[in-house]
Ligand binder design. Structure first.
Ligand code: SF4
Ligand code: SF4
Length: 438
């Protein structure tokens, strides 16, 4: 490879990796805006969850066809990236197909496997595009996905198709040039590959210099496409490719139906009834529940960045399915958007300055929060172990306990519980009257 190409490649690589690292730092800072909570439970169970739910994609296989297609894209994405290692090393060292002489007979076997995967990825992406845009699967075409989120999914699918096509064309040009004994291509022989050999008949009429130009063009476009894809990921729902793993690991291990107690409330009640227990100078908690992202836990913020926007949660949500305003997918998307908004302020001003906006009200309305039945269907359905319910509960707690913002019927029930220790408006002294004369 010409030395100028080598220098250019190294510059492109450094810029791409540098930009990616900068965005990752920003996202990590945004997640750390949340409250740091101790990790509870057995680590071995966490690793097991990571293995089955993130690596093994267990929940996706509940819908076998979609599960298998998604698995092809996922495995293809991971394994074909091994081939990127050769491209990157070739780019830096100025070599061409560095691994061919090193791996000998194993090399064509690997490339053949990559080509088969490339075709499977290609076919899966085309089917997913058809599902989204032609068959218009309902959960992928609801109003909470309007605009950018819908484009985002299409952009990624089309990019994958382009990358796989470039990979196959590159191989076809390369092997044709080897067969013709052209230039440095003649110094190694990989033999024909299973899939790209079928493209050769389309390219066979081209002259060798044009084929070389096409091979170089595909090589550059492929690696620039991969680096662009890398930098696009953190802005896209496809960031779940990376964050799905830590998110599954950190997911709570408690039974999903077990509602988490609020120690701050328990403590306040305890101090009211037994003031002597309150330590000197004890101050009440700054807030009950969550009004903004700062009140949520780091794991809840990580969940928002890990959401794939697949909509399985909303499709299973009884509130959403009966026409209420609530969409658990939107809860996660709103949380992420608010984090990005806060992150942009920190980036511009060096630290967060109150912008008069909060996750509660400016993004998520009381109407949405009140529609939740706490049934846990969204948690059960989520393929990457996200709990929209945990965020809904925290916001609803702030709504009720901080703002006393609840429908009149709820307020009547709250005051009955406070005064009568039961939801009904009967005095506790009368509780046993039903048994009179029995
Ligand atoms: S817990 Fe709430 S948001 Fe989740 S599915 Fe049930 S009603 Fe919908
Ligand atoms: S929360 Fe889970 S189920 Fe809902 S859209 Fe996100 S990834 Fe899909």
């Amino acid at each position: 490879m010409h030395v100028l190409q080598e220098v250019l490649f190294i510059i492109v690589l450094l810029v791409a990796v540098g930009l990616f690292a900068r965005k990752i730092r920003e996202i990590s800072r945004n997640i750390r805006l949340g409250k740091d909570e101790p990790l509870k439970g057995d680590k071995a169970r966490r690793w097991k969850n990571l293995f089955f739910y993130a690596l093994g994609q267990k929940k996706l296989f509940r819908y076998p066809v979609v599960g298998i297609l998604h698995f092809f894209i996922y495995v293809g994405f991971i394994i074909i990236n091994l081939e990127i290692l050769e491209i990157v090393l070739d780019g830096i060292l100025g070599t061409h197909r560095l691994f061919a002489p090193l791996l000998g007979g194993l090399y064509p076997i690997l490339i053949n496997a990559f080509e088969v995967l490339a075709v499977l990825v290609l076919v899966s992406c085309v089917i997913f595009l058809i599902r989204r845009n032609v068959l218009r699967v309902k959960r992928l075409n609801t109003s909470d996905l309007k605009g950018w989120p819908r484009e985002d999914a299409n952009i990624i699918l089309v990019t994958e198709i382009v990358l796989m096509t470039l990979f196959l064309t590159l191989n076809a040009c390369d092997t044709l040039l080897q067969q013709r004994g052209y230039g440095h291509y003649a110094t190694y022989l990989t033999g024909n590959f299973w899939i790209s050999s079928h493209i050769q008949s389309l390219l066979g009429g081209l002259s060798s210099p044009i084929l070389e130009g096409l091979e170089r063009g595909c090589w550059w476009l492929h690696i620039i496409g991969v680096l662009a894809f890398l930098n696009y990921l953190p802005y896209s729902k496809h960031f779940h490719i990376i964050l799905g793993f830590p998110n599954t690991f950190y997911a709570p291990l408690d039974p999903p139906g077990e509602m988490e107690n609020m120690p701050a409330v328990q403590q306040e009640v305890k101090y009211v009834f037994q003031p002597e227990l309150a330590p000197a100078g004890a101050t009440p908690p700054s807030r009950f529940g969550a009004k903004d992202i700062f009140d949520l836990s780091r794991h809840q913020l990580l969940m928002a960045y890990s959401c794939t926007e697949c909509g399985r949660c909303s499709a299973a949500c009884p509130a959403n399915q009966t026409g209420k305003k609530l969409s658990p997918r939107k809860i996660m998307m709103d949380t992420r958007d608010r984090m990005e908004e806060v992150g942009a302020i920190i980036k511009a001003k060096g630290s967060f300055e109150d912008d008069g906006r909060t996750l509660l009200h400016n993004y998520i309305t009381p109407e949405e929060l009140r529609a939740c039945t706490t049934c846990n269907a969204c948690v059960q359905e989520c393929p990457v172990s996200i709990s929209p319910l945990s965020i809904i509960l925290e916001l609803r707690r702030a709504l009720v306990m901080e703002e006393s913002n609840a429908p009149a019927e709820w307020n009547a029930m709250f005051s009955n519980i406070e005064n009568n220790f039961a939801p009904w408006k009967f005095s506790p002294e009368d509780r046993g009257r039903w048994a009179e004369g029995v």
